[in-house]
Design a protein around this ligand. Sequence first.
Ligand code: ATP
Ligand code: LTN
Length: 335
Amino acid sequence: MNPSARPRVFSGIQPTGSPHLGNYLGALRNWVRLQDDHDAYYCIVDLHAMTMPWSPAELHARTLETSASLLSVGIDPEASVLFLQSHVPEHVELSWVLTCIARMGELRRMIQFKERSKGEGESVGVGLFAYPVLQAADVLLYRAHRVPVGEDQRQHIELMRDLAERFNAQFGDTLVVPEAYIRGPGARIMALDDPTQKMSKSAGRPTASILLTDDPGQITKKLKSAKTDSGTQVRAGEDKPELTNLLSIFSLVTGEPTESLEGRFQGRGYGDFKAQLAEAVAAHLTPLRERYEAALADPGELERILATGAKRASEVAADTMADVREAVGLRRPQA
Ligand code: ATP
Ligand code: LTN
C-alpha cells in the first residue's frame, strides 16, 4: 500500500500565531527528529485556523510566518514534505466522506470542542464541531503510520483511528490506522500564569506563553512574572505544579535532568532560578529567532518551498482519494 519502506509520519500545526515553547517541546522537536528516518509530511493547517473567528489578512500573513517558524526549528524541506493544507483540496473531500461515517455522539465528546464551545450555546460554529474529522482526513489521506503531537491531541488521534477502522470495515481495507506519537515531559507544557491550563497560542494572554519569536528581554520578563507557589524550594512534585513545569522547560532546553537542576538550585530561591532559566531559554531560542527572521526575509523562497511541498503531497493525496472514491461507490468521469 505504501511504496516507501520507511514508516510515514504526518502532523499539522495551525497558523494561529507564533509557535510557543509548548508546540516546540511537545511536537515540533519530534517532527525534526522523525524526518531523518521517516517519510515525513508536515502541514500548516490553514483550514483548521478558520474554526474560530479569524481575520483574512492575519491568516494570510501568519501562514507564511508559520512556515518560517517550521524552518527555524529545523524542518528541512528536502527531508520532509512541508505544505499548506488548502493547497491540497483532497483534505476537504476526504473530510466530507468521513463526516458521513462520523457520529454526532463521538464528536460531542471531544474535550477541545467542549472547552472551546463553552457558553456559545446554539451559536457554536459547525466548523469547530466538525474539526476533528478534518484532522482525521489530514492524516488518513497520507496513510501515515505515526502522528507526532502533544498530549492534548490524544483524543483526536483516537477518533481518527476509529474512523479509519470503521471505513475499512464498511468499505474494505483502504486506510492505514495511525498511531499517536506522544513523547516525554514536553508533551504537556503548561501556561506560565496558570499551571492548570496548557500553554496555547489562542489563549490571548501574552504572559501565558513564551513564543519562539520572543527576544531575551521578553523571555526574562515573562519568566520573572511566571506564577510560583508561596514556598522557596526549587523542586518538582504534585504539590508544586508551577515549579514542575518550569523545571521541565529548563531540563528540556538544556538536557540537564530535573534532579540535577533541583540539586543545583537547592537553597537558592525562585528569583535566582527564574533568572537562570530565562538565560537558558534565551540561549536555546536565539538561533531559532535568527533563522526565523532570515527565512521571513525571503518570502519568495518560502512560497517556492510550499509550492514544491504541495506538489509532492498532492501525488499521495490523489492516489488515496482515487481508492476512497472507488471504495465508497463514487463513479469516475468517463471521457
Ligand atoms: P491553538 O491555541 O491556536 O489551538 P495550540 O497552541 O494548541 O494552538 P496547535 O497548532 O493546535 O497549537 O498545535 C500544534 C502542536 O503543538 C500539536 O501537536 C499540539 O498537540 C502541540 N501542543 C500545543 N500546545 C501544547 C503544549 N502546551 N504542550 C505540548 N504540546 C502542545
Ligand atoms: N488539531 C491539531 C492540529 C492538527 C493536526 C492535524 C495535528 C490539524 N491536523 C493532523 C496532527 C495531525 C491541534 O489543534 N493541535
